[in-house]
Design a protein around this ligand. Sequence first.
Ligand code: RTP
Ligand code: MG
Length: 140
Amino acid sequence: MAIERTLSIIKPDATKRNLTGKIVAKFEDAGLRVVASKRIHLSLAQAGAFYAEHAARGFYGELCEFMASEPVVVQVLQGEGAIAKNRDVMGATNPANAADGTIRKEFALSVGENSVHGSDSEASAAREIAFFFSGLELVG
Ligand code: RTP
Ligand code: MG
């Protein structure tokens, strides 16, 4: 399988509860390497731009306000099949449906406050990585 890069966000509900280290450990234990990382506080406009694909959804306003409510940690994860592997480690969007051992099963509070974001395709990963990082900031 090809070496891929994917964009991860540790969301406000998790940074607020000091879960950053525990979540990064799950990525590393799964064989994903953190090749870029920064803690930022998104503005409402930045959160809206990042999640623009969901603009027509009923939860969009709530999602953007949540993502701008507290700092987040944005990271690029690298590894074999990293896009799908990260989604596996994250678990289902709704923690009630997430498998045992996944980040969302262990830490998520609700379908909205679900601790992590992960790119869902190669195209999303390329767009989302470029949204937050320049090429010089990715150190493989
Ligand atoms: P993400 O994009 O954050 O990695 O999550 P995902 O692919 O698993 O889920 P997606 O359908 O892309 O939804 C993006 C985020 O919107 C919030 N959401 N709230 N209240 C709701 O019914 C609802 N549905 C989705 C979640 O924070 C979800 O992760
Ligand atoms: Mg998504």
